[in-house]
Design a protein around this ligand. Sequence first.
Ligand code: NAD
Length: 559
Amino acid sequence: MNTTTQKKSNGNGASRALPARGVDWLHNPVFNKGTAFTGAERDALGLRGLLPPHVQTMDEQVRRVMDNFRSKSNDLERYIQIVGLQDRNETLFYRVVMENLEELMPIIYTPTVGKACQEFGHIFRRTRGFYISSEDRGQMESILQNWPTHDVKVIVVTDGERILGLGDLGASGMGIPIGKLSLYTACAGIHPTQCLPITIDVGTDNETLLKDPLYTGLRQKRIRGDAYDALIEEFMVAVEKQFPGVLVQFEDFGNSNAFRLLEKYRDRACTFNDDIQGTGSVALAGILSALRITGGKLRDQRVLFLGAGEAGIGIADNIVNVLVEEGLTPAEARKCVWFVDSKGLIVKGRGNLTEHKLHYAHDHAPCADLFSAVKSIKPTMLIGASGQAKTFTHEIITTMASLNERPVIFALSNPTSKAECTADEAYTWTDGRAVFASGSPFFPVNVNGRVHVPGQGNNAYIFPGVGLGIVCTGARRVTDSMFIVAARTLASLIRENELAEGRVYPSLQRIHEVSLAIAIAVAEEVYAKKLNTQPRPADLPGYIRSQMFKPEYPDYTKK
Ligand code: NAD
């Protein structure tokens, strides 16, 4: 059969030109079924002899992959194996990930993806995603045409300046957009061919990388200022032209650029910043769930943050937005929220505060460090988003326990090595009374015979569902209200038995149900704000469900 000019979907949704020859089917990750190509397909596509004779079921393939995965000696090896599968056979990759999400999430995303980014140039095997560098200035539009599909719906873009809590990893940050987009598909069923990971390489200030002969990025210091802004502007114009209406998620930009770029583009393009808005949303959901455990009201909380960057400010802004929805003025709402940064408690009169910090500078005597701030503010909730490991010390956590019957302690910094405290410390030092969540996963902890299950405030609870709602409605813009709707939906889905275990997030096994519910709620918000470009379907849940990618092999002998 002549396949050169035909196009076919490899499941539901996106389509690509069919491979030309038998061997090309095996080397195309979108169409490859590996040992699962049937006898009829082997005849029709010219695959006879190119595969071992036994036709495997997908279940057999999944078993082989997982046996292999579990036999690896460390997580980086597991990462290399599983990304290798993604490069060979995307359908099988997503079947494996979806069926084993709790086991694979910490590999394809934090914490292991952080290690993979640090080692990126050393473990590089096959290119994935799209690289734009400062040398491409003036040519972005034509370069983007090299991407093989036009039907791109979601872009995740990074400039690699603040990868997780690991700092500037330059072009090695590519692991992050790749991982995030894998989660868009695995959690919410956005079609893999509609996802485009992009790294904008503007250089790096990381001397270790600049000296590393195997570093894959430009050997130059970061460009900044007007030249940087012009590059991002060209990028935003070019992606909108090439992929009209595409959702652009900014990821792991340094915080001086992240806030600026969000303000600059949020009213011009369909865009959001996951580190600010996604984190704000997932943490808000955790806070709302924690209140279901502690029995308090949000307006009565004193929330103290360690770290006033993208994550901390994003969470605080969401708390304020909810309180304003509940009837407080913004000024009253902000009084519930306090910040300690690297220079101590943020108070009025402290010099050199950025605008975002100024909002949260209250009348109060200065406190030089977190411990003195805890003693003085007496917070009900302590939230770490500082990227500084071990900063929630024994004396700080025991003080939180002496101030509160159920102290809420979230150590959100990633990866695990950067967490402000471990789950074990939070539970043990509070005699099991802490309501704890973290950014990276921790195992359950047994205190005096009772098992506490730490919540992972994983942005993957939020952004895939939000993205699905946006894609399905063709939303023109992304609003803060969509993230609040998403947070409320997530918090409402936690079951009583999950709360009883101390969880403030539902089990990851429920992620498809969660993402679908968030997508529906976000879609309703899009319609309410009249931001949709596509008409509302009669059966919204049914329509959204029908758009979700299912990792199943099609029969390529059927037209
Ligand atoms: P950021 O660089 O924007 O902000 C970090 C902040 O911490 C800055 O305000 C900095 O001044 C402050 N800081 C640095 N050292 C400090 C110290 N010794 N004491 C007090 N404050 C200090 O980074 P971000 O995007 O806000 O991320 C911070 C951390 O949160 C990272 O580790 C990141 O991985 C994590 N994070 C977690 C989630 C999640 O759990 N879902 C989401 C996003 C980010």
